[in-house]
Design a protein around this ligand. Structure first.
Ligand code: BGC
Length: 763
């Protein structure tokens, strides 16, 4: 855990240069707009530890799978989100010495901040170079939320004592690599580089997938605040285009460069139009000052914040954290493009390939349901609907038949691209989360027509998978499910993972209900779908038999559901007794030691209690929580939030608060020692859940939105807006009172602490 980020309600601040923190800060201060993203790399040269990252949404490379021992059914590739053109590069050379903060003689001042209200990254530093030239640098940059193909940088250099030559080289560089490349391959073929005054451009296409990305650049120079028209040098290298400005600077002079970059791709344009579009974007933008463009960007952010801000009074640390989480979520996914999804690292790093995981359905969906237009959550569901054929193919590859679907654990296009057998083949509970998301969406929005439009086909295909994946155990006279990995990835190839068996059985039941509902509400569509899916009436008979006879391991003495068969044979040791030097165990222990231990990576049985809380009474919740949480190491970012919600429900105030801070500040405080790889974007939705469902006690009960506040004593108040169907509510909660205002929409009946309340129609 680290504690160097300064606490502030709206800003993420680092006020010292520490080389070992650099990669972490690069992740934390990443900026993005749903279409592209950029790590907080320095503009100028930097020789210290750094992960350079500039990403374009949806543009990926199928990196050939690398495994020790090939197994039939493995995917051929792992989809990698690509480090794309470096558009931020500005190299400074002072009397022949490059500016590089890792090599300067003295750092007089260093300060970086990400202003989340404005979506603006800025830096100030005052340094003396080895040649004794003292310079101060002020830089600001953003990727526009207003025009999502535009990035802008304002970079100022002031000489504090130096009189002499200086060069500023502003460039676009497509000579880039991914650090996580499996075979040290370069993923791009650079096709064009052009450098003419006012027209700088580079273009490259990905190998194999053939995506094209084009980046245009314009630069404007101000000398002591006034436009400066001295001619510059235009240099086109094979993979790079640069504009070089050389001048004599005197003590007290300030040179300001405004750099505009237009980033376009074949995701959105015909290849032939990419170049003209990129140049058009920068040529147009260059008519405006940095501040003018920033104002549009800030307005777009202000609309987002207006809808989704959460205010916490009395606790700056918690306030900063929730805003950071919301900010990163919206930087990653704005919901405008149904081909895109929410990668676990968003645009903040390479790890996890930028692809889609079960995280979207299990964690992110409720956030977008409550803070964005309904179409956003629907797009996330349709994304999986569009991948249904691929999920059926994927199941066929593994030997399943008759339209059974196994959705991938990790995907970019619907194809599986995860390659560790114990996860690829065995972590099949992901199918359950996809079905659960359909249920969750309909429960929240009331949009039952989704079933006949899209949902039922997905549910039936998933149910067909479960019906084939279980087997009848003669010995138990029940259905069992063998050789799986549950959400707790610190156990592999187990039999009867309670969560997987439970969600499978629930899916079958829910699908049968969904079939009946579609039949009732839209008989023509029902017949059409039954034909399309080649649905045999006997199928539901088998499903019902499975539901009635599913084996769910439990221990009656302890009153708990058992994570898997024989779990209690393990030596049960609380995490509290584990020497701190062993943590995180995934960085300190051999894999076999982890597998044999009782330690749980993330909510597993408790994930089931979170999803299906109304299936269990409070005593069952408490017993299972008290058994499992103490042996959980929370080494998945997805873990603390679920535990936080359950702890709130069980009135375990301290635990709920501890879990909240852990999920909310996971990256800010680098809890799991891995923020340098990128931020944990999908679990950030879990932070939102921990507040709204945890402390706010928000649920849907009998088709109504319900609240049951349970604020931590550290907080004076909690306020947020929430969309529910046609209504927009303002919720203000204090320790002993709540105020819920119907900001927009018709009269609404809600539930507060178990009481039904009518909120009148907005005037
Ligand atoms: C977790 C998975 C999760 C993945 C991506 C892993 O560490 O165990 O549940 O899907 O990270 O967030």
């Amino acid at each position: 855990m680290k504690d160097y980020i300064i606490k502030d309600e709206w800003k993420i601040i680092e006020d010292k240069y520490v080389a070992e923190h650099n990669q972490i800060t690069e992740s934390l201060l990443s900026i993005g707009n749903g279409k592209m993203g950029q790590r907080a790399n320095y503009e100028e040269q930097y020789s210290g530890p750094s992960l350079r990252g500039s990403y374009v949404a949806g543009v990926y490379y199928p990196d050939k799978t690398r495994v020790g021992w090939w197994k039939n059914g493995y995917p051929e590739y792992f989809a990698k989100v690509l480090n794309s053109c470096n558009w931020i590069g500005i190299d400074i050379t002072v009397d022949g010495e490059p500016l590089d903060i890792a090599k300067v003689k003295v750092i007089h001042e260093f300060y970086r901040e990400l202003d989340m209200k404005q979506g603006l990254l800025s830096r100030r530093m005052d340094v003396t170079l080895q040649n004794d030239a003292r310079l101060s640098i002020d830089s600001r940059r953003f990727v526009s939320m207003h025009n999502d193909e535009l990035g802008v940088i304002e970079y100022s250099i002031t000489s504090k004592n130096y009189n002499g030559p200086i060069t500023i080289d502003s460039y676009l560089d497509f000579d880039v690599v991914n650090q996580d490349s499996n075979y040290d391959e370069q993923f791009w073929n650079v096709e064009q580089s052009m450098a003419e005054t006012g027209n700088h451009y580079v273009q490259a296409s990905t190998k194999k997938t053939n995506y094209t990305v084009g980046v245009g650049m314009e630069n404007r120079i101000l000398w002591n605040g006034k436009p400066h028209n001295q001619s510059t040098e235009q240099i086109a290298h094979p993979k790079k285009s640069s504009e070089k400005f050389s001048h004599h600077i005197s003590e007290g002079d300030t040179i300001t460069l405004c750099k505009y970059a237009g980033i376009t791709s074949s995701m959105n344009y015909e290849v032939n139009n990419i170049k003209s579009k990129a140049l058009q974007i920068v040529n147009h933008a260059a008519n405006y000052t940095f501040d003018e463009l920033l104002a549009n960007h800030v307005r777009a952010w202000s609309d987002i914040w207006e809808m989704c801000d959460i205010k916490i009074e009395g606790d700056v640390s918690a306030q900063q954290a929730i805003r950071f989480n919301i900010f990163q979520l919206y930087q990653t996914y704005t919901g405008q493009d149904d081909r895109l999804n929410i990668g676990p690292k968003g645009f903040t790093g390479e790890k996890y390939g930028g692809s889609t995981y079960w995280d979207t359905e299990a964690y992110c969906l409720p956030f977008y349901l409550s803070t964005a237009d309904e179409t956003v959550a629907k797009n996330l569901l349709i994304y999986r609907y569009k991948h249904l054929d691929k999920a059926i193919e994927n199941a066929e590859k593994l030997g399943f038949t008759c339209g059974a679907a196994l959705y991938p654990m990790v995907t970019m296009t619907g194809e599986e691209c995860h390659n560790e057998w114990e996860i690829t083949f065995e972590e099949i509970h992901r199918n359950g989360a996809i079905a659960y998301a359909i249920y969750d969406y309909i429960r929240y929005t009331g949009d039952k027509s989704y079933l006949s439009e899209y949902g039922l086909e997905v549910l039936v295909a998933i149910s067909r998978f479960w019906a084939q994946r279980v087997n009848w155990s003669q010995r138990r006279e029940q259905y069992v499910m063998l050789g799986v990995t549950g959400p707790n990835e610190y156990e592999n190839n187990v039999n009867n993972n309670w969560y997987t068996n439970y969600i499978a059985s629930w899916c079958l039941q829910y699908t049968m209900e969904a079939i009946s509902l579609v039949k009732e509400e839209n008989i023509d569509r029902y017949h059409e779908l039954m034909k399309k899916m080649d649905f045999a009436t006997g199928e539901t008979k088998k499903w019902q038999h499975i539901v009635d006879n599913m084996y769910l391991p439990q221990d009656d003495t302890l009153g708990i559901c058992l994570q898997q068969d024989n779990f209690l044979d393990k030596e049960i040791i609380p995490v509290a007794d584990l020497d701190k030097k062993h943590r995180p165990i995934n960085q300190n222990w051999s894999w076999d030691r982890i597998l044999r231990s009782c330690f749980i990576k993330q909510a597993d049985v408790l994930q089931g209690f979170y999803f299906f809380e109304d299936h269990f009474d409070e005593d069952a919740h408490r017993k299972n929580y008290e058994f499992y949480e103490p042996i959980t190491v929370h080494e998945s970012s997805l873990s603390p939030c679920v535990h936080g919600i359950l702890a709130s429900k069980l009135d375990m105030e301290d635990k709920a608060y501890e879990m909240y801070l852990r999920t909310a500040r996971l990256d800010l405080d680098d809890y799991n020692n891995d923020t340098e790889d990128g931020c944990h974007i999908t679990s950030m939705a879990g932070t939102w859940l921990a507040i709204i469902k945890g402390f706010g006690g928000q649920r849907i009960i009998d088709d109504k939105i319900s609240f049951a506040p349970n604020l931590p004593s550290q907080w004076n108040s909690l306020s947020f807006k929430i969309k529910f169907r046609e209504n927009l509510l303002q919720v203000n909660m204090k320790m002993d009172s709540s105020e819920i205002i119907n900001l927009a929409g018709p009269q609404l009946e809600i539930i507060h602490n178990g009481n039904n309340i009518i909120l009148p129609k907005t005037a």
